[in-house]
Design a protein around this ligand. Structure first.
Ligand code: B12
Ligand code: SF4
Length: 567
């Protein structure tokens, strides 16, 4: 069967199975592992859109395949794949090592095929990407479905893509062209129409379930995301997806929202093939209170059994929390104050008081919220090591105040590995107290392969250098683990293995640092089995973040039936 386009997702570092790298707690609070095997959901949107316009598109998550099977030969698979056009996402900056290596392999085995890069980081670094011989096109922007269709049409008809919006490209003579960045749709209801259905169909078409799984353990814990918008109304200083970053990098002046009907349609689609948790991303109040009310009241009518996770950018009134509880009883809620210290919180763009946060916690628990996740971060403007540790004292206070309620789940992690390119902190470092240590794509690529995560951090702050960020992170996570153990909100065994893992990782970090200082690189290589054991240790935070997994997470027969009948 011929395929028109193959979309590949790379691991963060291509040869992570050979290199000795101590990753640190960089992915403890998200479903993917330190390989960051999750592919951008936009790949499914592109595949769905192009499919509706007559193109056969296949997604291959190389990262997940490499992670699941140590002997899986990525190069051999790339060699076997066959398509006139390949696409690689360089969306998250931390894939710049893997994505570039995969690009090299694609061109090595398929010199006649065209190679396209896309995603946020590709958009930011498009000029540097096009300097590489293997990359032919970079499709810029947060919405590339329609430009991609136009590019596919050009390539099919042997035409130069002079009129394809957002495209930066090389012609046959290798000259670089930049087409106008004019495709920034405000109406996004004509995309992501049936992207989940398309995935299910493609799994059957290519008889390849593994390449479509977003994370290694997805079949055991099938958490699925529903997006509400493109862009963001907030301006968090550390974020490459803030309103300011969207204006500067993706030419989007204001967020585009999906209609409540399309959000609900996604939820219905997911519930047909999965009993797993559905994570509705983005605060439902962004477009206004009415929007939130509409989505929640439509959701209430569906009476779905899936566990729901909802997000708040700011504290919320009790009425909204009640609506959430009616729409999805036992819902989980996520909020990220980042620091307990009001001055720090305000400086990074979250201007609300502890009182307001505590009121929301009290109200959420009162209306029957099944779990409330609160996230804190290390490496922020105005944040000293003492302040980051005082956040843990505040967590102790919160658990005391709420009678050690097990539903209150508190987390802290370092801002790592990168301060997002395009974020206010990255673009105006002096103003926000950051010191950006490397700026080019190549510097980031090399940094990712450092044996110790401290050296992959692309920033320091006026208040903490990289050493302090690393040490404070281990210290704070250890202390938070002790606080949770004291309040009995995590199981004793889990607290114990978590402590063991963190202490082992912290010691290993210092050991590797000493060896690096002495230039003993071979001794670092020998540490690989020990370092891999630490990287692969069960992460208490990940376990705590999982809502109770359903007995039968996936509904394969329902999925097949809906593909066959289109219902
Ligand atoms: C939802 C989200 C997530 C979800 C991911 C869902 C998913 N599978 O995509 C979760 C919560 C898991 C997540 C995790 C992370 N995220 Co995030 N995330 C977001 C968020 C809030 C929205 C993104 C979104 O909805 N996009 C809409 C979808 C439909 O589009 P899309 O996937 O971007 O794809 C479109 C384009 O980007 C482009 N495109 C994408 N890939 C390709 C490939 C090709 C070939 C082409 C042509 C085009 C193309 O076309 C697509 C269709 O139009 C943004 C912030 C924001 N306001 O945008 C941050 C953001 C993207 N995330 C970010 C980061 C840093 C991370 C993490 C690294 C955080 C961490 N350290 O843990 C991890 C990485 C996880 C991994 N890969 O394993 C940064 C990225 C900055 C950067 N330049 O690197 C952002 C900008 C802000 C932030 N700090 O949160 N994230
Ligand atoms: S971190 Fe802040 S700016 Fe970035 S996507 Fe989340 S709310 Fe928006």
């Amino acid at each position: 069967m011929s395929t028109d386009l193959i979309l590949l997702h790379a691991p963060s570092v291509y040869d992570f199975r050979q290199k000795t790298i101590l990753y640190g707690p960089v992915s403890d609070l998200i479903p993917p592992s330190y390989v960051f095997e999750m592919y951008p959901i936009g790949l499914t949107s592109i595949a769905d859109y192009l499919d509706r316009h007559g193109y056969r598109v296949r997604i291959v998550n190389l990262a997940v395949r490499m992670l699941r099977n140590r002997r899986f030969d990525a190069e051999a698979m790339i060699k076997r794949l066959n398509a006139p056009i390949f696409g690689i996402d360089l969306h998250w900056m931390l894939h710049c090592h893997g994505a570039i290596e995969i690009a090299r392999l694609v061109k090595k085995w398929h010199p006649q095929s065209k190679l396209i890069f896309g995603g946020f980081s590709s958009t930011y670094f498009y000029k540097q990407l096009l300097e590489r011989p293997e990359i032919d096109y970079v499709l810029r922007g947060d919405s590339t479905e329609e430009p991609f269709r136009q590019l596919m049409d050009c390539l099919k008809n042997g035409k130069e893509p002079e009129s394809v919006p957002n495209l930066a490209w090389k012609d046959r003579q290798g000259r670089v062209h930049e087409n106008p960045f004019s495709n920034v749709p405000s109406d996004i209801d004509n995309v992501m129409v049936n992207h989940y259905g398309n995935v299910v169909r493609s799994v059957i078409r290519y008889r390849d379930l593994i390449s479509y799984t977003p994370v290694k353990d997805w079949l055991r814990y099938p958490i699925t995301a529903v997006l509400t918008c493109r862009g963001c109304s907030e301006n968090c200083v550390i974020c490459g997806g803030s309103a300011a970053a969207f204006r500067r990098c993706y030419h989007r002046d204001k967020p585009a929202y999906r209609s409540p009907e399309t959000v609900i349609r996604d939820i219905k689609q997911i519930s047909r093939f999965s009993n797993g948790p559905i994570f509705v991303l983005g605060d439902l109040r962004q477009p206004g209170e009415d929007y939130a009310t509409e989505v929640l009241s439509q959701l209430q009518k569906l009476k779905l059994k899936n566990p729901f996770i909802l997000e708040l950018f700011n504290p919320a009134p009790k009425e909204l929390l009640q609506q959430m509880s009616r729409a999805c009883p036992n819902f989980s809620l996520e909020i990220s104050p980042e620091s307990h210290d009001y001055e720090v919180r305000k400086a990074i763009g979250r201007n609300y008081t502890d009182e307001a946060l505590e009121q929301t916690i009290a109200d959420a628990l009162d209306v029957g919220c099944g779990r409330l996740d609160i996230f804190y971060m290390i490496g922020l403007t105005k944040q000293t090591p003492q302040s980051a540790l005082a956040t843990i004292d505040y967590c102790d206070y919160l658990l005391k105040k709420f009678n050690s309620d097990k539903r209150l789940c508190l987390f802290t992690s370092p801002l790592a590995p990168f301060l997002d390119p395009g974020s206010l902190g990255f673009e105006q470092p002096e103003r926000y107290g950051y010191r950006v240590l490397f700026r080019s794509l190549e510097e980031h690529r090399q940094a990712l392969a450092s044996p110790l995560w401290k050296y992959s951090l692309n920033f320091e702050t006026k208040w903490m250098d990289r050493q302090q960020i690393m040490d404070t992170a281990y210290d704070a996570i250890l202390r938070l683990n002790q606080v949770k153990r004291k309040h009995g909100v995590i199981h004793e065994n889990l607290a114990r293995i978590s402590e063991q893992r963190l202490k082992g990782a912290w010691d290993m970090a210092h050991h590797i640092d000493n060896l690096l200082a002495q230039g003993k690189h071979q001794e670092i290589e020998i540490l690989k089995p020990e370092v891999d054991k630490i990287n692969g240790f069960p992460v208490a935070e990940k376990i705590q973040l999982e809502v109770t997994p359903p007995l039968m997470p996936i509904k394969p027969f329902h999925a097949l039936w809906s593909v066959l009948t289109g219902k």
